[in-house]
Design a protein around this ligand. Structure first.
Ligand SMILES: [Zn+2]
Length: 140
């Protein structure tokens, strides 16, 4: 997958995800961090996955990690990505932020070269005015 496909739906922030998307627009990857138990988690949720706490801060990730698991999409789930298949959908285990898991795409890599444990780093894809998507590519 390379470049923003024409017609790709633009993510819409809600009250819960607005800080995440605002950080993305500034090319900063932030992860929700529970102020009660210290757990990290993504995507943002109103209640902590571990302790049911409701107070959070946003912790910035350096955007490096490894492929925790992945799949190769052979079927376009939206007409905007029909010419992109096959492409890799990965879950990255971040090196920081408590090893939070983050779902994204691996770009500029043959999807059949993806494997668990592959080292990756964050890259940004600006898809619209003020909207950037966090993607990953090979760590070099
Ligand atoms: Zn918690």
């Amino acid at each position: 997958m390379k470049g923003a496909p024409e017609g790709l739906p633009i993510p819409r922030a809600d009250a819960m995800t607005q800080p995440f998307w605002e950080a993305c627009a500034a090319h900063r990857l932030v992860v929700q961090h529970c102020l009660h138990c210290g757990a990290f988690g993504h995507p943002p949720r109103p209640v902590c996955r571990d302790c049911q706490g409701r107070e959070f801060e946003w912790s910035e990730s350096q955007g490096r990690g490894e492929v925790f698991t992945y799949m190769i999409a052979h079927h376009a789930v939206h007409s905007a990505v029909e010419e992109q298949v096959p492409y890799g959908v990965i879950i990255v285990k971040l090196d920081d932020c408590g090893g939070a898991l983050f779902t994204s795409n691996l770009v500029d890599v043959d999807p059949h070269a993806i494997h668990i444990g592959l080292r990756v780093r964050l890259v940004w894809e600006d898809i619209a005015d003020g909207v950037a998507l966090p993607r990953f590519t090979l760590e070099r």
